[in-house]
Ligand binder design. Sequence first.
Ligand SMILES: [Fe+2]
Length: 183
Amino acid sequence: MTREEVLDSIKANVENENLIKHMLATEAIMRALAKRLGEDEEEWGLTGLLHDIDMELTGGDMSSHSKLGADLARELGASETMAHAILCHNEAHGVPLETKLDKALFCADPLTGLIVAAALVRPDKKLAGLEAKSVIKRFKEKSFAAGANREQIARCSELGLEFGEFIELGLEAMKGIAADLGL
Ligand SMILES: [Fe+2]
């Protein structure tokens, strides 16, 4: 499974540009996490890229979201490890996080939304000048980007990462693809 094949499948199944950007941002954070933790960057990156591929197909039905996604990922050639991470990133199925890949996707997913929201309230609406300490400040404001699940982000500790380091890593990863994100 190549990144190009994954992108083609995403284009065939997802129309919403913001959803595609979210998947690209998740990919970037997952690649950075894999690099930091000495894991397979391609495997982790493609898992992040694929994770919400079924969001429009399932119409937001949380009882099927990520089950279909895991099946689509398998059809594209994803490993069982990747499919499992995609399946359990949706807590609705009650499938426990087991592998490091499961845990990484689970905490990276909501971090993208927090960082995007923190960039968009800046006067220039850009990632370039955004600092990790500002993102951490926003994290503590519970009403700010309330959809970005704080408990889920904080579970980066299960990867052995300090919270501040995780935020910094995620922010730098997203800055690296700022143009693709339109930020
Ligand atoms: Fe997601």
